[in-house]
Design a protein around this ligand. Structure first.
Ligand SMILES: CC(C)(COP(=O)(O)OP(=O)(O)OC[C@H]1O[C@@H](n2cnc3c(N)ncnc32)[C@H](O)[C@@H]1OP(=O)(O)O)[C@@H](O)C(=O)NCCC(=O)NCCS
Length: 237
């Protein structure tokens, strides 16, 4: 128990450079208080004291700005930085060493029953204001970018950003996306004219070169006239 609390405090100190001491972690981190209160409400919830567990979690929400449903299953060293505006749904499962920032929602889509909230594997980081919806799995070590809305499974060790969330980095390598800029789509007619123009340019260059070569090979006009006169003289004309 004490070791677990100490690990929670160390997680705060390791992951937030602004936290300089154990005293600061204990007094200035509502995310830490919310996680500790959740351990109690989760026990109450599992032992059948569902109403009491929810009542306490609602009071904790008022004090910390973090709403964790008592039914959520949360691993060790879970760190909620800043805290305000975090919502974690009933059937959410969170692994070990997960970090989330303020404004994160781990929620349901409203269409599912039973397990309807996300599963975050170990070492996942969810950026500020991001939303992860539905019974989907976010793979180990994946990072969800600030403001992303993720509605489908994400493999391990990825970076997912945007709305809807798309994987931009996988196993440390950039993922090339399909270019869907409609304004930049190629126009086949224009492309054909351009190809014809290029061909004509090439032909003109070749013609000009041939003409130059012919002009060099042919005698100069004056020399040609003199040559013709000489030939006429030789023939006695
Ligand atoms: C996503 C994040 C983790 C960076 O991950 P990364 O693997 O290092 O990814 P990169 O920085 O290489 O970015 C990859 C691409 O995603 C884009 N990107 C990064 N974060 C993004 C975001 N939140 N939203 C949209 N696009 C984002 C980058 O611009 C880049 O695009 P490009 O390939 O067109 O250049 C980081 O940007 C982030 O959002 N962290 C959240 C931190 C947070 O919430 N802090 C709160 C402190 S109070």
């Amino acid at each position: 128990m004490i070791a677990r609390l100490r690990a929670d405090i160390n997680a705060v100190k390791e992951r937030d450079p602004a936290c300089t001491s154990t005293f600061s972690a204990l007094t200035n981190y509502p995310g830490l208080w919310a996680v500790w209160w959740h351990r109690l409400t989760h026990r109450l919830h599992r032992s059948g004291h569902v109403w009491l567990a929810r009542r306490i979690s609602q009071r904790v929400r008022r004090a910390t700005g973090v709403e964790i449903h008592p039914g959520a299953t949360i691993g060790d060293r879970f760190f909620i930085d800043h805290g305000m505006g975090v919502v974690i749904g009933e059937t959410t499962v969170i692994g070990d060493d997960v970090t989330i920032y303020q404004g994160v929602t781990l929620g349901g889509t409203g269409k599912e029953h039973g397990k309807r909230h996300p599963t975050l594997e170990d070492f996942v980081v969810v950026g500020v204001g991001a939303t992860v919806l539905g019974n989907i799995r976010i793979g180990r070590g994946t990072r969800v970018g600030a403001g992303a809305v993720v509605v489908s499974e994400v493999p391990p060790n990825c970076t997912v950003v945007g709305v809807p969330g798309r994987v931009v980095v996988r196993e440390g390598k950039r993922v090339e996306s399909i270019d869907l800029h409609h304004e930049d789509l190629p126009d086949p007619v224009v492309e054909m004219y351009r190809a014809l123009q290029r061909r004509m340019d090439r032909i003109e260059v070749r013609l000009a070169r041939d003409e130059d070569m012919n002009a060099e090979a042919a005698p100069a006009p004056r020399a040609a006239a003199e040559q013709r006169e000489d030939e006429d003289g030789d023939q006695g004309l």
